[in-house]
Write a protein that binds this ligand. Sequence first.
Ligand SMILES: *Cc1c(COP(=O)(O)O)cnc(C)c1O
Length: 355
Amino acid sequence: MNRPPIDLRSDTVTRPTPEMKRAMLEAPVGDDVYGDDPSVNALEARTAELLGKEAALFVPSGTMANQIAVAVHTRPGDELLCAETSHVYVWEAGGVARHSGVTARTFPGDLGLLRLEEIEDAIRPDDIHYTRTRLVWLENTHNRGGGRVQTMESVAAIRHWARENQLAMHLDGARLMNAVVATGTSAADWARHFDTVSICFSKGLGAPVGSALAGSADTIKRARAVRKLLGGGMRQAGFIAAGAHHALDHHVERLADDHAHARILADAFSATEGFSLESGPVETNLVWVTVDPSLGTAAEVVAYLKTHGIRLSALGGQVVRACTHLDVSREDAEYAAKVIRQIEPAMITAVTLVY
Ligand SMILES: *Cc1c(COP(=O)(O)O)cnc(C)c1O
């Protein structure tokens, strides 16, 4: 078996294409902390336009974009409302508490997609006993929610309510472009319901490094100061900004291929005894699968597939995630699907004995 491993662990594992590398090497650069990097400035202007906002800020990671968003919308002691499976709550090292002194009030949502009915009575009264409810946090597409898209109708309803109650809204749009391609609704149309929006260039878009935060000119001015505070002021960052530029030029429409490849994998899991799709039909590039204990554990399934050159993530005792991206071809997806369809409990057990 001489094929290179098919890495479905995350859409962050992509390597820059030769064309992207060339664009990066040739990028004009300057000191971005001085505002002198033409490639960063161009990317920030372009991202602001893409998201229909006045300004944008280039940052090293999606985590930093989110943490800055919390900081600019809140004061220490405030509360934000989010789904309990949100990236900001689960996978950002408790940063909302540590960096901004904010508490998160969490809700189950529809497997992560926050519903207005859950949060509409959650605003704390203006009373000395309570913290100030300040920020509503959505994630679209929702990673732990199976990569599903929160509908525009639901987003608009939450926005309407948030505005009536003077709450700010942030969109963790690490995979917003997947939602754009899956729905045909533009990034600016999604973004207009939010005060700030973060997007990642290093997920499905395939750039090696970088995310951005977009919002009003005043908000982004304050965000720039928080970025410096967090140590995120980079110097000749144009080299990496050029990768993001290239990704926006060449890697957006092709996300539809990732979605088609994810459906090939999802169909294979659905058709195989012992697996079920956690959150229904796959809409974008993530496939979250529950492993029935009669088949084995998530870690055992991952170990078995690894022996066939297929890498998945075990994210919980009985849950695996497969993620499609730029470096997974249709042929790769079809090969992985074939291997998945042949899985039987005895195979999983056999690997477990060896490992
Ligand atoms: C990956 C991810 C982030 C954070 O991005 P990093 O660049 O890894 O810090 C934020 N939100 C969601 C939903 C993500 O999937």
